[in-house]
Design a binder for this molecule. Structure first.
Ligand code: AMP
Ligand code: ZN
Length: 492
C-alpha cells in the first residue's frame, strides 16, 4: 500500500481534546509514536502487557495502512522502586535494572510484541535530561531548592490540560500548603538531590538524579522531535505523569509535545486494577507458561483498548480454544487446497469483504475487539465451504476458499496471530493437553493404529468400538485423505 498523506478515514480518540480525530500526521506518510515503557524493578505483569499489546497493534495497523512508523518505548531504569528493590536484594540498582530489562525483553518477545525502533534507557540519556532541566531553569519555569529542582506550575498557564483538572481544586486537594522546599504544593521535582547510597549524577545545581517525568520529555523529543504525533500509555499516567510531561516540554519549547494522546484502560481483577502495590498481579511469564502467547493476545484484544478488561483464567482458556478453532480451520483449508490440481486464476464473489470490515473497525480508533467479529465471520465462511462437499461446483468452491485463505494473512499480521504453522501449533497444544491430563500417548497411538487396521480389514464394529474407547479418554479423531489426526478435548 502506498504511504497515505493523511487518513481521514482513520480516527483516533485524543485524550487531550476528548474527541475522535482524523489521523493527520505532522509529516506526510510518517507517524512518530512514544509509549511510556516499564519501570524495570520487577517482572512485567499482565496489566502492563495489555497496554503494550494495544500499542503493538496500533503500530502494526499503521504500518499495514502504509505509514512509516517510528516507535519509541522507553525503559525507566532510575526510580525509587528500583532503589528500594536493589536495597532489599543487596544489589547495585544498575544491575537489578539490567536483569529486569533482560527479563522484560524476553517476556515481550515471547508475547510477539514488535521491537520498538528505539528503547532508550534513562541512564543512557542523562545529557538530554540535564539540558532540559537547565533550559527550564533559564526560562524561569523551574527553580533549584536545596539541591532539588522543581517545576514552577504557576509559571505555565496550561497546567493539567490533559486531565482537564482545575488547578485551584488540585491545589486545595494537596492541602494548599507549600512544603519547605517547594514554593507551590503543585510544583513537582525535575531533579532530586543526592541521598546516601543512591545513584547520582553531577549537575550544575548539585549531584542527584532525575525525577520521573523529565525523562520522557527529554527522550521523546530526542528521538522524535517536537511536536510528534502520538504519545501513549495507560490511563493511570494521564495525571500527573503526562500532564507534567506536557508542562515541562511546552514551557521549554513553546510548542506542543504531542498532537494526540492515547490511553489504555486497565486490566482488572475482580474490580481492582492489577498492580504490584495491590499484590494482585499475574506475571506475563507465568501466564505464558499456561497459555499460548497468541491466545493471550486475542484475550487482550477482546475489549476495546480504552475499556477495562477483566482477567480470569476462564477467559484465557476460552481464548485458547478460539485459537484452536482458527488453527484447525486453517489446517483443513490448507489440506483441501493442496488437493487441487489446477490453480484457478479467476476471482469470484466479493473478495476482500471480511478484511474491509476489519479495516472499518480498526479505522474507528483501533477497535480490534470489533475487528475480531470480522475474523470470526471469515472463519465461519471458510467452515461453511469446507463442510459443503465440493462435487457440484468443485473449482468454484476451491477458488473461493483460496481467496478466503488469502484474507487471513493481513488479520494475522495486524493482530500478531497465526504466526505458526497450523500443524505445529496444533501439535504443541495437543502435547500440552496430553501432559496436563496425564494421558498415555503410546497407548493412544496403539489404539489409533489398531483402529486403522480394523478399518483396513473392513471390521467397522471394531473400528467404532476403538473410536469410542478413545473418546472415553478424551481423544477425538479426524480422518482425512492425509490419514487420521487426533486431538485431546480441552475439558476438565
Ligand atoms: P509501570 O511499569 O508501572 O510504569 O507501567 C508500565 C505501563 O503499564 C504504563 O503505561 C502503565 O499505565 C501500564 N499499566 C500498569 N498497570 C496496568 C493495568 N492494570 N492495566 C493496564 N495497563 C497498566
Ligand atoms: Zn513516561
Amino acid at each position: 500500500m502506498a504511504a497515505p498523506e493523511s487518513s481521514p478515514s482513520l480516527k483516533v480518540f485524543n485524550t487531550l481534546t476528548q474527541r475522535k480525530e482524523s489521523l493527520d500526521p505532522l509529516r506526510p506518510g510518517e507517524v512518530r509514536l512514544y509509549v511510556c515503557g516499564p519501570t524495570v524493578y520487577s517482572y512485567v505483569h499482565l496489566g502492563n502487557a495489555r497496554t503494550f499489546t494495544a500499542f503493538d497493534v496500533v503500530v502494526r495497523y499503521l504500518r499495514y495502512r502504509g505509514y512509516r512508523v517510528t516507535y519509541v518505548r522507553n525503559l525507566t531504569d532510575v526510580d525509587d522502586r528500583i532503589i528500594q528493590a536493589a536495597q532489599a536484594s543487596h544489589e547495585e540498582p544498575r544491575l537489578l535494572a539490567d536483569r529486569f530489562v533482560q527479563a522484560f525483553d524476553e517476556d515481550v518477545r515471547a508475547l510477539g510484541l514488535l521491537e520498538p525502533d528505539v528503547a532508550p534507557r534513562v541512564t543512557d540519556n542523562m545529557p538530554e535530561i540535564l539540558a532540559l532541566v537547565q533550559k527550564l531553569l533559564d526560562a524561569g519555569a523551574a527553580y533549584a531548592s536545596d539541591g532539588d529542582v522543581f517545576f514552577a506550575v504557576s509559571a505555565w498557564p496550561g497546567y493539567a490540560k490533559l486531565s482537564h483538572r482545575n488547578v485551584e481544586e488540585l491545589r486545595a486537594g494537596e492541602g494548599g500548603v507549600a512544603g519547605e522546599r517547594k514554593r507551590d504544593s503543585l510544583d513537582f521535582a525535575l531533579w532530586k538531590a543526592e541521598k546516601p547510597g543512591e545513584p547520582a549524577w553531577d549537575a550544575p545545581w548539585g549531584r542527584g538524579r532525575p525525577g520521573w517525568h523529565i525523562e520522557c520529555s527529554a527522550m521523546a523529543v530526542k528521538f522524535l522531535g517536537q511536536p510528534f504525533d502520538i504519545h501513549g500509555g495507560g490511563l493511570d499516567l494521564i495525571f500527573p505523569h503526562h500532564d507534567n510531561e506536557i508542562a515541562q516540554s511546552e514551557a521549554s519549547a513553546k510548542a506542543p509535545l504531542a498532537k494526540v494522546w492515547m490511553h489504555t484502560g486497565f486490566l482488572e481483577m475482580e474490580n481492582a486494577k492489577m498492580s504490584k502495590s495491590l499484590g494482585n498481579v499475574v506475571r506475563l511469564r507465568d501466564a505464558l507458561a499456561r497459555v499460548d502467547a497468541e491466545a493471550l493476545r486475542l484475550f487482550f484484544l477482546s475489549s476495546h483498548y480504552r475499556n477495562p478488561l477483566v482477567f480470569s483464567e476462564a477467559a484465557l482458556t476460552e481464548a485458547e480454544r478460539r485459537l484452536e478453532y482458527f488453527y484447525e480451520t486453517l489446517q483443513r483449508v490448507d489440506e483441501r487446497l493442496a488437493l487441487r490440481e489446477v490453480q484457478m486464476a479467476a476471482t469470484l464473489g466479493d473478495s476482500g469483504r471480511f478484511l474491509r470490515a476489519f479495516e472499518r473497525s480498526m479505522d474507528d480508533d483501533f477497535n480490534a475487539a470489533e475487528g475480531q467479529a470480522a475474523l470470526h465471520a471469515l472463519f465461519t465462511e471458510m467452515n461453511l465451504l469446507l463442510d459443503r462437499p465440493p462435487v457440484t461446483d468443485r473449482d468454484r468452491v476451491a477458488c473461493t476458499l483460496a481467496e478466503l485463505r488469502a484474507e487471513v494473512r493481513p488479520f494475522g499480521q495486524v493482530l500478531g496471530i497465526f504466526q505458526q504453522s497450523p500443524a505445529r501449533w496444533l501439535e504443541w497444544r495437543r502435547d500440552r493437553l496430553v501432559e496436563r491430563r496425564g494421558l498415555d500417548r503410546a497407548r493412544i497411538e496403539a489404539l489409533i493404529a489398531e483402529r486403522a487396521a480394523a478399518r483396513k480389514a473392513r471390521d467397522w464394529a471394531r473400528a467404532d468400538a476403538l473410536r469410542d474407547a478413545l473418546a472415553t479418554l478424551g481423544v477425538e479423531l479426524r480422518d482425512s485423505a492425509a490419514g487420521t489426526a487426533w486431538k485431546v478435548r480441552d475439558e476438565p
